[in-house]
Design a protein around this ligand. Structure first.
Ligand code: ADP
Length: 206
């Protein structure tokens, strides 16, 4: 069997509240990028379904959703976007936010993703992140953002299980960007890092 075609992508990476969602939504409006946030996919699930109940329970406790369930839901969402032609893998560069989120997922996604760049939004001021998240709780009505203990637990989890993901990749593909700069400056830095990848993707699929 010929090897399966993997999705060429750029990852948005960093602790909760650094602005991955904000930047991802801007990129989503630029033709040639397809932004997919795993958190958004989870929040869109019907919480009355069996999968939905499990997802809601993990998210509201600030825990990660189980790997197998995460992959099942993610795969279903990507397949649906491709079937609808919202995401055209030959034309669009996938901007993936929220995956892989632990070293086990690093192994699993190898089958699906060709990761060309990791945009690592770094934050020097954690208290600023906590404040941003609390503001977001009100704006977006997110249960996982409303309680300070849960927010702090998510940071701990990030340090313990998500940050080690970076060590699994070649440092030359990691672009570190300070998220405490203005949104426009962060966007410029992201574009500088991703446009060459997008151009190459476009050339190869002409
Ligand atoms: P944030 O970046 O603020 O943590 P997200 O929207 O990326 O917010 O994620 C919200 C929640 O969804 C996470 O706290 C976690 O419970 C769950 N989640 C998102 N991505 C994954 C993943 N790849 N694996 C497991 N759980 C995930």
């Amino acid at each position: 069997m010929p090897p399966k075609k993997r999705f060429r992508c750029v990852l948005l990476f960093g602790p909760p509240g650094v602005g991955k969602g904000t930047q991802g939504k801007i990129l989503a409006n630029i033709p040639g990028f397809f932004h997919l946030s795993v958190g958004d996919v989870f929040r869109a699930i019907d919480i009355g379904s069996t999968d939905g109940k499990q997802v809601y329970d993990s998210i509201s406790r600030g825990e990660l959703v189980a790997d197998e369930l995460t992959m099942k839901i993610w795969k279903k969402a990507v397949d649906a976007y491709v079937a609808l032609s919202w995401y055209k893998p030959r034309e669009d560069l996938l901007v993936l936010d929220g995956m892989p989120r632990n070293v086990e997922q690093v192994e699993v996604v190898k089958e699906y993703l060709e990761i060309y760049r990791i945009i690592y939004l770094e934050c020097s001021d954690m208290e600023d992140m906590v404040h941003r998240i609390r503001r977001r709780a009100i704006r977006e009505n997110r249960t996982d953002d409303a309680n300070e203990d849960i927010i702090r637990h998510r940071f701990e989890l990030y340090e313990k299980v998500t940050a080690p993901v970076l060590e699994k990749y070649d440092p030359s593909i990691i672009e570190r960007i300070d998220c405490n700069r203005s949104p426009a400056e962060v966007l410029r830095a992201i574009l500088n890092a991703t446009i060459p990848v997008q151009n190459e993707h476009f050339r190869e699929n002409q």
